[in-house]
Design a protein around this ligand. Structure first.
Ligand code: N01
Length: 581
């Protein structure tokens, strides 16, 4: 598979160099972490496997890739100047523009000099005597650092299913998450797309414009809401910028970390006519806020049935061939798998050169020299696009040999599912921090908000440790166990825990079924993190001892905002009910 235009690394390896922190990854998480640590006077080295900054937006260059949280909110909040000077061109900006923004941030804050690109971290080992991490890369670097900070992303380890005879296929094979940087010209080619998640739903309409034929191999259909993307209105941009600090506060008060109109009323308290009206209005506005049409849609199955039926009706309204429409209609809970946001996805199936193959009962048997075989039928294609997702949340940790105390590896420890305290760190791995790690809101919140909150907490923690000359911090196992149980308990309140999604690791065979992100709501989670810190890092030991010292809080408190009482959800109530710290 072509992994894009990778530049050969020409630099000398770094050997026997010591840093305060090594950061793995230079996506939005790694860049902000570097910026914060520099501001506190720490030395830091970032290693990045890609040839540039941007993480997800560096790799996911497939046609049609764009954010599905509005651009004015899908951005850093730490710098008011940055907020004011950057302009987005569209309501949902395309990948190249988001990558431009990442590059702008890297330049504006002069981050590149501390980043080593084209360098993949292969191993991180905790030295119990020296109380530091030894980090190795595929470029021969062997450096040490007091802190090792994993900024590896939640959806960055591509899942390429081991299709039988995959190596025999003579055409071009791509994964959407590792799309060639020079692009792919599909003009006149027969394209087969495997998968119908967000990446497929964004890319299929665009690829269909070029391809000679486009055949979609669907294992599970997905709901999708129209994006209603448009050029950003300059007046709207001006107004938003004038009120940016207030908007950022409103975002922090929301369970998802982004702001949109939300109707707390339960769906079944409305009449059928009222529901229909609300759904139509929300559908007309489009995007993920569609799920805010009523307050209980992700918590009550009967309520969800009403929105699911509405979603299916919309598919049938658009797709002309009834058999194809039937195949495209999901039967499971609406929004259980991450809701997709589309621009002309279902309409694409009305095109004469686009077809759908149901592989729900008869999976892909094998690839041949010329194509894809399922149910004994060979579908000849020139290009296969695997839109098959990621080993979510933990895959990028598994790709690095992370060895903690007593020689235990993180992969061994997480064999039955990830175990963290607050999604920040894991017992037995002192001074190893995970930005948006499993057990934190991460993918259930707006990622950039979740990243900034984690980074600010970590920066405060490291500053405090320096203030009191502490060498190590590590969670206590009983607090970690309580947190893992809590994450699991709260998830049961939500219908999202009920289907086989990547949230529970079910998209990759053999992975344990555990609901990995924290669904208790962003502001509730922030309160817990802040309480832990202001209680002297409750649940952690510093240099092996419980600490009573009041930390100097530099950045973390800004994240504590009153919860928006208009949107208290059952998950938030459950999150508050269950004591953790
Ligand atoms: O991946 P997915 P994705 N044979 O896991 C199918 C974010 N994102 O890259 O559902 C055949 O959702 C699989 O089938 P099934 C967003 O959070 C955001 O699309 O497991 N099919 C499914 O249809 C998103 O949720 C944006 O039965 C196989 C598909 O491949 C997340 O990334 C854009 C298969 C994978 O769907 C992941 O999205 C894009 C097999 N062996 C992504 N294995 C934005 O808009 C898997 N599949 C911001």
């Amino acid at each position: 598979m072509d992994h894009g235009s990778k530049i050969e690394c020409k630099r000398d390896p770094e050997v026997n160099v010591a840093f305060d922190a090594v950061i793995v990854g230079s996506g939005f998480a790694g860049m902000y972490m570097l910026h914060r640590l520099r501001g506190l006077g720490f030395s830091a080295r970032v290693y990045e496997a890609g040839g540039g900054v941007g993480g997800t937006w560096y790799w996911n260059r497939y046609p049609g890739a764009r954010c599905d949280i509005t651009s004015m909110q899908y951005s850093y909040s730490f710098s008011e100047e940055l907020d004011q000077e950057w302009s987005w061109s569209e309501k949902y900006s395309p990948q190249p523009e988001i990558l431009d923004y990442a590059n702008h941030v890297a330049d504006r804050f002069d981050l590149r000099s501390d980043i080593r690109f084209d360098t993949r971290v292969t191993a991180a080992t905790f030295d119990e005597d020296a109380k530091h991490w030894s980090i190795e890369t595929d470029q021969g670097d062997v450096v040490s650092a007091q802190f090792c900070i994993m900024a590896v992303g939640c959806l960055s380890s591509a899942n390429l299913p081991p299709f039988e005879d995959i190596e025999k296929f003579e055409g071009l094979l791509y994964h959407t998450g590792e799309w060639p940087h020079e692009g792919v010209d599909l003009t006149g080619l027969r394209v087969g797309v495997i998968g119908t998640g967000s990446s497929a739903i964004q890319s299929i309409p665009v690829m269909a414009q070029q391809a000679k034929t486009l055949t979609v191999f669907q294992r599970t259909p997905n709901y999708a809401v129209p994006a209603r993307n448009e050029k950003l209105d300059p007046e709207f941009e001006r107004e938003t910028k004038a009120g940016y600090p207030e908007l950022r506060e409103k975002m922090r008060a929301r369970p998802t970390g982004f702001y949109f109109d939300f109707n707390i009323q339960p769906a079944l308290e409305a009449t059928a006519e009222e529901r229909e009206k609300k759904y139509e209005e929300a559908w007309a506005r489009g995007g993920l806020p569609f799920l805010g049409a009523f307050g209980d849609l992700l918590f009550e199955k009967d309520a969800n049935d009403t929105i699911a039926e509405f979603g299916r009706k919309k598919i049938r309204d658009v797709v002309k061939d009834p058999a194809t429409a039937d195949l495209l209609c999901p039967v499971d809970v609406f929004g259980c798998k991450r809701l997709c946001v589309d621009s002309g996805y279902f309409e694409t199936y009305n095109l004469p050169h686009v077809s759908l193959v149901d592989i729900s009962k008869k999976p892909i048997e094998r690839l041949t020299e010329q194509g894809i075989v399922t149910d004994g039928i060979e579908y000849p294609v020139d290009v296969i696009v695997c839109a098959t997702g990621f080993a979510a949340m933990t895959g990028s940790f598994d790709n690095i040999l992370i060895t903690g105390r007593s020689g235990l590896t993180l992969t061994e420890k997480w064999q039955a599912g990830p175990r963290t305290y607050l999604g920040l760190s894991s017992q037995g791995f002192p001074n190893l921090f995970m930005i948006t790690g499993p057990g934190s809101p991460s993918v259930l919140a707006s990622m950039i908000q979740a990243i900034e909150q984690h980074v600010d907490w970590m920066a405060d923690c490291m500053g405090h440790m320096r203030d009191i000359s502490a060498q190590t911090i590590e969670p206590l196992v009983e607090y970690e166990d309580n947190w893992v149980d809590h994450v699991n308990e709260v998830s049961k309140v939500s219908l999202r825990s009920t289907c086989s999604s990547w949230y529970v690791g079910a998209n990759v065979p053999g992975r344990p079924r555990v609901f990995m992100p924290y669904i208790g709501g962003f502001p509730i989670y922030v309160d817990k993190c802040n309480d832990v810190m202001t209680n002297g890092f409750e649940g952690f030991v510093l240099d092996g001892e419980k600490s009573n010292a009041a930390p100097r809080v530099r950045l973390t408190e800004k994240w504590r905002v009153p919860v928006d009482v208009d949107i208290i959800s059952p998950a938030m109530i459950a999150a508050r009910r269950v004591p953790v710290v």
